[in-house]
Write a protein that binds this ligand. Structure first.
Ligand SMILES: NC(=O)NCCC(=O)O
Ligand SMILES: [Zn+2]
Ligand SMILES: [Zn+2]
Length: 488
């Protein structure tokens, strides 16, 4: 057990206020937040003068150690969570993808992910479970896995990757009905996988084999159409929906539109989409272009990243993730000669906190409280762990970052902690540096060095029926009941 910790002279920032206060941590929990705490000899002292004391970041969208397309992502749960804490993130929500199409139960897939993660994680984590096919046993398994014993409160549906992960509309609709019943959130990767497949074949036939084919096979309208469709189907199923990796203005507009109709929809842009645009796909260096291949692709409109940040400021989009899904240069090169074979995915978990600060707060678009909201507090609310996570308050877990808003760093593969031989943010200078990261009361990152212990992170059960998402569900269900006209 680590010694008690007192953080003095800092400015505490929560989503709803910022104020000067000291913070006392004992046994992994924040036990006091007040103006002047006197340190005792047995306490470890952190001087946070001129620093912000913020809740550790929660990244709601990662794919550590994910097997896909015959490869496994390079960041496993050790390297991935080390990268996370080095950047000020203290909890990830990773996607568990059971091989449900081939009959693997959701629980067996979950057990596989837990067996990979538990011995390795250096910070806390939760799981979101993908459903890749509707099967006779799926509903029952969804009920089991949303029980407190398993602690899963969201499911993921891919409208892309036809033939492997993609579900058909009727399957997703059926599953969304089940999500609503179980008070579990439906999370959607919104693209039109069938049309993309056609376009890929057309492009290859015309000789477009490089990474530029990836973006051309996925025009922006494809993401907007699928986002709208996901929202429509969710509304029909009376199910709150969360759109992952919102990359385009059209997708964001679809979310705003459905919210204006009264639907419960959350939109998650990612660090990559807030900092980069799709011009990289046309780079003459094949490998450079391939490194940015992810789905949906980075927007080809250079004004999109700033607009997405403005929508986060305005509350039209709600939280930030990363989609951290790292394939190295060798793996990317498997797609030489055929862009459809380039493994999809990018890094982000280490750099999100700095990138969002730089593009959001340092550029004057969002204030520090909104920053906390979109990097931790809203995720904690959506996934039903607030205020245990996402808040600096008495009783909350001591997942804390000592953040220097004035310091800056230049992102580079040479200094990052990913198991990756490139970094998509290479050379970007970011103000906002996580100088000390504390996970459950233990310093895991300080003075530019990791102090992590594999397996010290904990699995955090995410309980169904988050009040932030489902408080009005019963009333909505009553209003949606079918009408019967009594006739003689
Ligand atoms: N996004 C991406 O390209 N790869 C990770 C899997 C996914 O989330 O779609
Ligand atoms: Zn996705
Ligand atoms: Zn993803």
């Amino acid at each position: 057990m680590s010694p008690p910790l007192v953080i003095k002279n800092g400015t505490v920032v929560n989503e709803d206020g910022m104020f000067k206060a000291d913070v006392l941590v004992k046994n992994g929990i924040i036990v006091e937040v007040s103006p002047n705490i006197t340190p005792l000899p047995e306490m470890e002292l952190i001087d946070a003068t001129d620093r912000l004391v913020i809740p550790g970041g929660i990244d709601p969208h990662t794919h550590m150690q994910m097997p896909y397309m015959g490869e496994v992502t390079k960041d496993d749960f050790l390297k991935g969570t080390e990268a996370a804490v080095a950047g000020g993130t203290t909890m990830i929500i990773d996607f568990c993808c059971p091989d449900h199409r081939n009959g693997e139960s959701l629980m067996a897939g979950y057990a596989r992910w837990r067996s990979w993660a538990d011995p390795k994680v250096c910070c806390d984590y939760g799981l979101s479970v993908a459903i890749t096919q509707w099967r006779p046993e799926t509903a029952e398994q969804m009920a089991v896995i949303t029980s407190p014993e398993f602690g899963v409160n969201s499911f993921k549906f891919y409208m892309a990757y036809e033939g492997t992960l993609m579900v058909k509309d009727d399957e997703m609709y059926r599953a969304m009905q089940e999500c609503a019943k179980l008070r579990a959130l439906a999370r959607v990767h919104a693209e039109n996988g069938s049309v993309i497949k056609e376009k890929e074949q057309d492009l290859l036939a015309k000789g477009v084999t490089g990474p530029e084919g990836h973006t051309q096979s996925r025009p922006e309208e494809i993401e907007a159409e699928a986002t709208n469709r996901a929202c429509v189907l969710a509304a029909q199923a009376n199910c709150p929906v969360y759109i992952v990796h919102v990359m385009t203005k059209g997708a964001a507009a679809a979310i705003s539109y459905h919210r204006s109709l009264g639907s419960i929809v959350f939109g998650e842009p990612i660090a990559a989409g807030l900092a980069l645009d799709g011009s990289h796909y046309y780079d003459e260096d094949w490998l450079h272009a391939a490194r940015y291949v992810m789905s949906p692709p980075l927007s080809r409109d250079p004004t999109t990243p700033e607009l997405l940040m403005k929508l986060l400021a305005a509350g039209e989009l709600h939280l930030t993730g990363t989609d951290n899904c790292t394939y190295d240069c060798r793996q990317k090169s498997l797609g030489k000669g055929n862009f459809t074979k380039i493994p999809n995915g990018i890094n982000g978990v280490e750099d999100r906190m700095s990138v969002v600060w730089e593009k959001g707060v340092h550029s004057g678009i969002i204030d520090p409280m909104r920053y906390v909201s979109i990097t931790s507090a809203t995720a904690a609310k959506i996934f039903n762990i607030y205020p245990k996570k996402g808040r600096i308050a008495v009783g909350s877990d001591a997942d804390i970052v000592i953040f220097n808003p004035k310091a800056y760093r230049t992102i580079s593969k040479d200094t990052h902690h990913h198991n990756l031989d490139f970094n998509i943010f290479e050379g970007i200078k970011c103000h906002g540096v996580a100088e000390i990261t504390i996970s459950r009361g233990r310093i895991v990152w300080a003075d530019g060095k990791l102090q992590t212990v594999p397996g010290s992170g904990k699995f955090v059960p995410l309980l169904a029926n988050s009040p932030f998402v489902f408080s009005t569900q019963e009333i909505r269900e009553k209003k949606a009941e079918p009408r019967i006209v009594e006739r003689l």
